[in-house]
Design a binder for this molecule. Structure first.
Ligand SMILES: Cc1ncc(COP(=O)(O)O)c(C=O)c1O
Length: 426
C-alpha cells in the first residue's frame, strides 16, 4: 500500500475513507511545511513512519555532512580539528538548540552525554545545592509515570545522598497537573523532576505553572524535554526554568544514540557542582593540574571528550528549525495529531480502541497513544508491512507524528493499516 492509494479491501467504496482521503489531501495541499518532507531520506517510499518521536528520520543533507566531515575535517585536519572547531561544538550547537527549540539565550545550553547521564549529573548537582541551602530539603519529587530512566536515577541519587523520593501518582492517560504538584512539593522538597511531554500519553504539562509551583515551594526544577525539543515550543528563560535536559535523536533527528543537550540557567551555573569530574569540565582543560577545579559557566557540566561525530546530524535539523520556526512546526504538529484523533475516532474507536492521550490539542505533545489489549501483536504485524509505530505497555500503540517529515496522507494510510491489523473480533 502506498500513502495515496486506496487499500485493496473495497475501501474505495467506503464513503468514510473517501471523505478522510479528501480531507488528508486538502490538509497536505494547505500545509506550509509540506515541501520539507522531501528533504528526509525515505520520504519517497511507501513506508509509514510513526516513530519520529523515538528516532527521527535522517535528513538527506546529513549523509553529505557526515561524508564531508570524514573527508575534510577528521581526515584532513586530524587532531588539529579540536583546536580549530570541535572544542567549541558542544557550546555552538547547544546555543543553536537554545535559540531554535527551547527559548534559551546563549551560554546556557550544551551538548553533553546521554540524557540519562546528563539528568543524573544535574539532578544530583541540584539536590546537593538545595541541601547545602537548607538541610531539611531532602526530597526529590517525580511522578510514577515518568520515563523509566528519570525514575531510576532519582532512586539512585536519593540512596547515594541520604535523600528520599516523593512519588506523584498520575493517570497514565494524562500527566502531572498543577494540583498534583502543589500537594507533593513543600518545605522538604529539594528538586522536582518532570517531563514536559509524557512519553506514554503525550500529555503536555503546563511547564510555566509547574515551574512557579516548584519555586514557590523553594525547590529547584529539572525539566525532561525529550519529547518536546523540536516539536513543542519551550521558553526556558521566560518560564524561569532552572535546569532542562533533552534527547536529540527524536524530533532533532540527531541519529541513533546522538548526545543529549542540557540547559542550566545562568544564575545557577556556578552554584552547581556535578559529580562526574572529568578533565573536560575542569577550569583549565590542558593544564592537566593535580586536582579538579570546575570551569566557570556551562563547561563544568562536561566530563570527558565531547562526542563530536554524534553532534553532526542534528545541525541539519537545527538549520531547518531556524528557517521555518518552532511555532510553524507546532502548528503542523497540532494539525497532525488532531487529524489522527479524528481518524481514530472514525475507524478505530468503533473497533474497541481507546484514545489514551489528551483530546485537547493544547494538552497534547506530538504523539497520540491508541490503546487496545491486542496492540503488541498489532505492532508486530504493522512492522512487517513497513508501518512503524511503537508499543508501550499497557496496550499502547504510540503514533508519533514528526511534523517536518510526516504528511496527512501518510497518517491516514498508517491508521488504516492499524484498523486492518486489529484482530477480527475486535
Ligand atoms: C522522556 C525520556 N527521558 C529520558 C530518556 C533516556 O534517554 P537516553 O537513553 O538517551 O539516556 C528517554 C529516551 O527515550 C526519554 O524518552
Amino acid at each position: 500500500m502506498t500513502r495515496t492509494e486506496p487499500a485493496a479491501d473495497g475501501a474505495a467504496d467506503d464513503p468514510r475513507i473517501a471523505r478522510l482521503e479528501a480531507e488528508a489531501s486538502v490538509l497536505d495541499d494547505a500545509d506550509p511545511l509540506r515541501t520539507h518532507r522531501d528533504a528526509f531520506v525515505g520520504a519517497e517510499t511507501s513506508l509509514v513512519y510513526f516513530d519520529g518521536n523515538s528516532l527521527g528520520r535522517p535528513l538527506k543533507a546529513t549523509g553529505e555532512r557526515l561524508a564531508a566531515f570524514t573527508r575534510d575535517e577528521w581526515g584532513g585536519r586530524l587532531i588539529r580539528g579540536w583546536d580549530e572547531s570541535w572544542m567549541q561544538l558542544p557550546f555552538e550547537i547547544g546555543d543553536a538548540i537554545g535559540r531554535g527549540a527551547i527559548g534559551a539565550a546563549g551560554g546556557q545550553t550544551i551538548i553533553g552525554d546521554s540524557t540519562t547521564v546528563l539528568l543524573y549529573k544535574l539532578v544530583r548537582a541540584a539536590f546537593d545545592a538545595a541541601v547545602a541551602g537548607d538541610p531539611a530539603r531532602v526530597e526529590i519529587v517525580v511522578d510514577r509515570d515518568n520515563f523509566p530512566t528519570d525514575r531510576y536515577l532519582v532512586e539512585g541519587i536519593a540512596a547515594e545522598r541520604g535523600g528520599r523520593v516523593r512519588w506523584i501518582d498520575v493517570d497514565v492517560t494524562s500527566g502531572v497537573t498543577p494540583e498534583l504538584l502543589r500537594e507533593a512539593a513543600g518545605a522538604q522538597t529539594a528538586v522536582v523532576l518532570l517531563s514536559h511531554v509524557a512519553y506514554r500519553s503525550g500529555f503536555l504539562a503546563d511547564a510555566p505553572a509547574l515551574t512557579r509551583i516548584a519555586h514557590e515551594a523553594g525547590a529547584l526544577i529539572v525539566w525532561d524535554l525529550c519529547h518536546s525539543a523540536g516539536s513543542v515550543p519551550v521558553e526556558a528563560d521566560a518560564w524561569d526554568f532552572d535546569i532542562a535536559v533533552g534527547c536529540t535523536y527524536k524530533y532533532l533527528n540527531g541519529g541513533p544514540g546522538s548526545p543529549a543537550f542540557a540547559y542550566v540557567a545562568s544564575r545557577l551555573q556556578d552554584r552547581l557542582v556535578q559529580p562526574i569530574q572529568g578533565w573536560m569540565g575542569a577550569a583549565d582543560v590542558f593544564a592537566m593540574g593535580p586536582s579538579y577545579s570546575p570551569a566557570a559557566g556551562m563547561r563544568r557540566f562536561l566530563s570527558g571528550t565531547p562526542p563530536i561525530v554524534g553532534m553532526l546530524a542534528m545541525q541539519d535539523t537545527l538549520a531547518l528549525i531556524g528557517s521555518v520556526g518552532i511555532e510553524a512546526i507546532r502548528a503542523k504538529s497540532v494539525a497532525l495529531t488532531d487529524f489522527a484523533v479524528r481518524v481514530a475516532d472514525e475507524l478505530l474507536v468503533p473497533r474497541g480502541v481507546a484514545i489514551a492521550s489528551p483530546r485537547e490539542a493544547d494538552a497534547r505533545g506530538g504523539h497520540v497513544t491508541l490503546s487496545h489489549p491486542a496492540m503488541r501483536s498489532v505492532t508486530a504485524r504493522l512492522w512487517a508491512q513497513d508501518v512503524i509505530p511503537d508499543y508501550r505497555d499497557p496496550g499502547g500503540l504510540r503514533i508519533g507524528l514528526s511534523p517536518l517529515s510526516t504528511s496527512f496522507a501518510e497518517t491516514l494510510a498508517g491508521l488504516r493499516a492499524v484498523e486492518a491489523a486489529l484482530p477480527a473480533e475486535a
